[in-house]
Write a protein that binds this ligand. Structure first.
Ligand code: NAP
Length: 219
């Protein structure tokens, strides 16, 4: 299997690449011209392009079985970032998937997507634009999965962190290490029970351990 990962230079994105590589999945990292990629992934196939460049994006997405979208507007003073990246950027990636024939797409989104009264919206109404991005994906052109994590944590100590997997709009607080989000994306790739589902994920040592496969039977 070969997959493309956009936002592969991000803190979740590079971990998705690592988890894929661990499983023997071939990866095309799709990043911007000046994006920084960790040293250990420098030899992984990489396309440095703008998501606005249709021709380059189509070329980068050719001959892959699936796309994992881990792009997201980086916090900045430019409040148009979420509209440009989390909505329009997702739209452009999906249009390219249609042109090159990619059906399987996984989108890393966020808990509380679609909520208006939320402090995160101070950054360019990000939760509204993320919902618009999600909606572009939810149609029969795609075998889609939306992973909505809680607050992302950098910790790598995940031994005691068990995931609470739940349906759309059921969790409104909590956090999860990025490493576990990356693992969810890879677990989801060929798990048909995760197709056409929005999956909310947070983690804690207080949760019971459940496998991704088992969790999908109840979502
Ligand atoms: N932070 C949280 O607590 C939290 C909670 C829930 C969900 N999320 C969402 O989870 C996802 C991953 O978050 P993260 O914190 O791991 O991400 P991150 O480290 O901020 O990485 C974002 C990625 O998106 C890329 N990107 C940004 N603007 C772009 C553009 N205009 N064109 C192309 N690529 C662009 C970045 O590229 P460069 O490296 O070139 O900048 C980077 O690869 C995001 O969608 C985020 O909104 C975050």
């Amino acid at each position: 299997m070969k997959i493309a990962i956009t936002g592969a230079s991000g803190k979740t994105g590079y971990r998705i690449t690592e988890e894929a590589v661990k499983k023997g999945i071939k990866v095309k990292q799709i990043v911007r011209k000046n994006s920084k990629i960790p040293k250990n992934l420098k030899n992984t196939e990489t396309f440095r392009i703008s998501l606005d460049n249709k021709v380059a994006l189509d070329k980068a997405l050719e001959n892959v079985d699936a796309l994992i979208i881990a792009t997201g507007a980086r916090a900045s003073l430019d409040l148009t970032g979420p509209a440009k990246v989390d909505a329009l950027g997702v739209y452009r990636q999906l249009q390219s998937c249609k042109r090159v024939g990619i059906k399987r797409v996984i989108l890393v989104s966020s808990l509380c997507t679609g909520k208006f009264f939320h402090p995160l919206n101070l950054f360019g109404l990000i939760l509204i634009w993320k919902k618009i991005g999600e909606n572009f994906l939810k149609n029969q052109n795609f075998d889609w999965t939306i992973i909505r994590p809680g607050g992302l944590k950098e910790i790598e100590k995940i031994k005691d962190e068990n995931i609470d997997y739940s349906k759309e709009d059921t969790q409104f607080k909590g956090s999860i290490p990025r490493r576990l989000v990356a693992k969810c994306c890879i677990d989801s790739l060929s798990n048909k029970q995760s197709f056409n589902k929005t999956i909310e994920v947070t983690s804690s040592s207080e949760n019971k351990k459940v496998s991704f496969k088992k969790a999908m039977q109840n979502i």
